[in-house]
Ligand binder design. Structure first.
Ligand code: ADP
Ligand code: MG
Length: 338
């Protein structure tokens, strides 16, 4: 085949595939946008596990009527200007491609209004093409509605799991963000039924309880470590409370949920020999670092990061978790810390 430049439509679908894999990836991007917009209330609704409908409403800074078409354009962002900014990211988004990607593979309605604006607006995009764009009198904040995800990418549709599985992924995502942002009110509704509701009281353990149950939440040990330019907060389970997989090991770095194998093994090192083979702790750790020491631009979904001083971060995680384990009530013998 001769070399050809792909049509914009095909290119957009390929790019979308990197960001949007399944309903939960759409929800992650929309919730991150709401958090970047400094929302204090985020309401997430799904229909048929997000396959038919995803709606995320927030009371954040909104988008002006004039900027609505830009919001859904590729590589259009209000969060970054120069390539140097990439090394000092303080927002969850920065690539400017989430809304464009989602719009390329669904029917997307974006309704928004900044506080104090005379009016807001509404734009409807289907398969990347703008269908309607008009001013609208709407309350301050933003509503993003995503209907019929992957209607034009049948191959992707086939890869989606049954509703219960997709919903579990969504539940896991929102409960983690709810714990990470305890001052934000979250509500997650599936097919009209409230799955999770938090109240923005700022109490992380209370939110843990809504997802893991009161018993687990009560047993979780508090993790805390403060160093210059590095802090770790969160929870980890005592050795008597374990799971059969690593799925309940969660790390947030500078407010972003990331998946990092090396961080996980650092954590497991802290439990060294204390866990039975094949058992894993429940942990949720929030790591804060100078943004200049974390490269977040290594993965399209931003699920991975690179640390400038990985050893320092891993050792801090180990020490923090060790200390939490040692502080648990006596009666269980634990070897002295490293
Ligand atoms: P990114 O988040 O990487 O900038 P997105 O495609 O997710 O890219 O969003 C594009 C732009 O649209 C954002 O930079 C922001 O200005 C605006 N935007 C998106 N969602 C919201 C929201 N919920 N509230 C306010 N502004 C938003
Ligand atoms: Mg974004």
């Amino acid at each position: 085949m001769p070399i050809q430049v792909l049509s914009e439509e095909v290119a957009a679908k390929i790019a979308a595939g990197e960001v949007v894999e399944r309903p939960v990836s759409v929800i992650k991007e929309l919730v991150e946008n709401a958090l970047d917009a400094k929302a204090t209330e985020i309401i997430i609704e799904t229909g048929e596990a997000g396959k038919r409908l995803i709606e995320v409403a927030d009371n954040g800074c909104g988008i002006s009527y004039e900027e609505l078409p830009l919001a859904i354009a590729r590589f259009a962002t209000s969060k970054l200007k120069t390539a140097e900014d990439l090394f000092n990211i303080r927002t969850l988004g920065f690539r400017g491609e989430a809304l464009a990607s989602i719009a390329a593979v669904s029917r997307l309605t974006l309704i928004s209004c900044p506080p104090h604006a005379e009016h807001g607006g509404k734009i409807v995009v289907q398969g990347g093409k703008v269908e309607t764009y008009e001013p609208a009198g709407v309350p301050p904040g933003t509503v993003v509605r995503v209907e019929d995800l992957f209607y034009n990418v049948p191959a992707r549709l086939k890869f989606l799991k049954q509703d219960s599985t997709e919903r579990n992924l969504i539940n896991a995502l929102i409960s983690r963000y709810a714990v990470a942002y305890p001052e934000v009110r979250f509500r997650l509704v599936h097919d009209g039924k409230v799955f999770l509701q938090t109240y923005g009281h700022g109490d992380r353990r209370e939110i843990l309880a809504t997802y893991y149950g009161v018993d687990v939440a009560r047993q979780m040990l508090e993790v805390i470590l403060e160093e210059p330019d590095l802090s770790i907060q969160g929870f980890t389970s005592p050795i008597a409370l374990t799971r059969s997989n690593r799925r309940d090991i969660t790390f947030f770095v500078n407010g972003r949920w990331i998946q990092d194998v090396a961080l996980t093994s650092a954590l497991l090192q802290a439990y060294h020999t204390m866990l039975m083979v094949g058992r894993y702790p429940i942990s949720m750790l929030f790591i804060w670092l100078d943004p200049e020491t974390v490269d977040v631009n290594v993965h399209p979904t931003k699920a991975e990061v690179r640390f400038r001083q990985p050893e320092r971060v891993f050792s801090a995680v180990q020490r923090a978790v060790r200390r939490a384990l040692l502080a648990q009530p006596v009666g269980i013998h634990i070897a002295p810390s490293v």
